[in-house]
Every structure is written in C-alpha cells, then in structure tokens.
Design a protein around this ligand. Structure first.
Ligand code: AKB
Length: 317
C-alpha cells in the first residue's frame, strides 16, 4: 500500500499524475489543491482531496498525518515566464514551499519528488546534448529556484536521509490541462490553434530548438524515478531526461502532415524568446538511462497524431 500527497494536483502535471497514481497504487492518493483551483469531475470523485497550500507548513503536516502519507509529489510552482513577472511569489512558492515540504518529510519520514527543469541551465551551459553534470547558471527566477531546489533537496538527502528524487522536465505537451505561463507553452498552444483556427501566431522564433516531451512519458518518468532501486542511484536531484527536440518549423511541418492547410506566422515575445535562447537545444539523458532505465516512448509524429485526434474530438472538428 502507498499513500501519496500530490501538492498542486489540479495543475498541468498534477491533474494527470494524480489519476495515474490512483490507477497504480491502492492506498490514498490525496489531491492537494489551493482554493480557487478545486479538483473537478473524475479527479474529485476518484479519491480524497484536501486544501494544501504549499506555503502553509501546518496544512502539509496535518494532511501527511491524516492519511499516513509516505510520498509527497511537490508540483507547486510558477512557470518561467510568470515567475519573471512575479519573482517574489516564485521564490515564496518554489523555495519557501519546498523548504516546508522537506521539513515535513524529514519529521514524518516521507519520500519527496520535486520536478526540476531545463530552466536550471543558462547561457554558459553547453547547448547541444547538455550533460547531466555541467554549468547551471540561469538568469531567470524560475531557473534560480530550480537550481536552489536541486541543491536543497540533495542537502536534505545527504544531511537528514530524506529520500528526495527529481527529474529535469523539458516542455510538457498534453491535451488535458493547459500549462500556464511557461516558455515552452507554444508547443501546446500550436495544437489547440491548429484544431480551432488552422493558424498559429508563434511567440518563439523559427530555429529555436528546445527539448519537449509528451505527458505520458513525463508521468512515467515521475513514477519510475520514485520506484527506482536506490542502490543504483548515483544522482538524485536532478536527472536530465529527454524525448524529442524541435523548433517551431519542425512541429508546424509535422502538423501540416495531417492538416495540410495549417499555417504559422511569427510574432516574437521578447521575454519568452530570451528565456528560450538561454536554454539548451537538447539534453543528454545517459545517466537516467543507466541509473533507473529511463526510456521515452513517444516520438513527435505519434504525439502529433494523438494531440490532433484528441483535440478534434473535444472541439468536434
Ligand atoms: C516552462 O516553459 O517554464 C516549463 C519548463 C520547461 O520548465 N515548461
């Protein structure tokens, strides 16, 4: 039996990860949410939910005690572009929140998963096949909180033995819950606009390559890393994982394979473009493959077919 608390359960990753964990484990999988972002439908009906504001350590501790939680998935965060608009809040949630989670985990003996991101890298990091262990010098608040979070999570493991583990997510693409305020969001929006309007105004320039991943692979990674044999892990916070790397022209071309009438134009968002330019073109995920058998399953082409078919059904096109 496994009892899991997912903090941020109604967000882009949380809404799908909570359901996946409920399918996999027969304990209590608690959907932690903040007022205004209540779970709905199947997420609400298929298991317990509790108000858990990550900035409130009492709420985290009370929920962990009530359900005898053994694993916390800490998914609360502001994404990169929003974090630049609200850096103080990004720090409060990203670092203050993580500190609260780690303290509760230390006291109540929980394992902790906190996603990191390609955002930990910066302009001085090698751009292609970025290695696992390399320069992490981001110039965004999002990146600063993610690097600091990796260091703090490793500290809690080394100093207190808290079982902290993490992966560096690339841009995540899904048709279920839209992301909010990320730099890689264009790669989700492009599918919605293709289906709704047949046309997309892209905020990221042609030729800008970033790592991306289809959500089923990301969910699989988040679960597999927590189930990995600890004796094989040389790294913990955090592993490079990779699936596909493309620029806007490549994804648009792939959509055109199934919707020949689809068109794209460019209207660059300078903030998002600067962030994208500071991130790697592609990551080297050898350590994840060697230490816990990470392997992605979705290609760009398979993802495009699935995204278009699911969104066409939803929007009845
Ligand atoms: C973002 O664009 O902010 C996120 C990320 C890559 O971490 N999707």
């Amino acid at each position: 039996m496994k009892n899991v608390l997912v903090i941020g359960a109604t967000g882009q990753i949380g809404s799908e990860l909570t359901m996946e964990l409920r399918k996999r484990y027969n304990g209590d999988i608690v959907a932690g949410y903040i007022p205004g972002a209540e779970p709905k439908g199947e997420l609400l009906e298929s298991g317990p939910s509790e108000i858990v504001d990550i900035t409130n350590d009492q709420q985290i501790a009370a929920t962990v005690s009530k359900y005898q939680i053994d694993t916390i998935y800490n998914l609360a965060a502001l994404l990169s572009a929003v974090a630049e608009a609200k850096p103080q809040l990004a720090w409060k949630i990203g670092m203050g929140g993580l500190f609260n989670v780690l303290e509760v985990a230390r006291e109540k003996n929980c394992a902790v998963f906190t996603p990191s991101s390609i955002g930990v890298f910066g302009n001085n990091t090698p751009k292609d096949k970025t290695p696992q262990d390399t320069i992490r010098n981001p110039r965004t608040m999002y990146g600063v909180t993610k690097v600091s979070g990796e260091l703090l999570s490793d500290y809690y493991y080394i100093r207190f033995g808290v079982d902290t583990r993490s992966v560096r997510f690339p841009g995540l693409i899904s048709y279920v819950t839209p992301p909010g305020g990320g730099t890689t969001d264009y790669a989700v929006d492009i599918y919605y606009e293709a289906v709704k309007k047949g046309h997309f105004v892209c905020p990221i320039a042609a030729g800008t390559f970033m790592d991306m991943m289809y959500m089923p692979d990301a969910l699989h990674a988040a679960i597999q890393i927590m189930e990995a044999d600890p004796s094989r892990l040389k790294h913990r916070n955090s592993f490079n994982i990779a699936s596909m790397s493309f620029d806007p022209e490549i994804i648009a071309g792939n959509i055109r394979k199934y919707m020949p009438e689809f068109t794209i134009e460019y209207k660059i968002d300078p903030l998002r473009q600067a962030i994208a330019d500071s991130w790697p073109n592609s990551l080297d995920d050898t350590c994840a493959r060697e230490e816990w058998d990470w392997e992605p399953h979705y290609t760009l082409d398979v993802m495009t077919q699935d995204m278009l078919s699911k969104l066409k059904t939803r929007f009845k096109k």
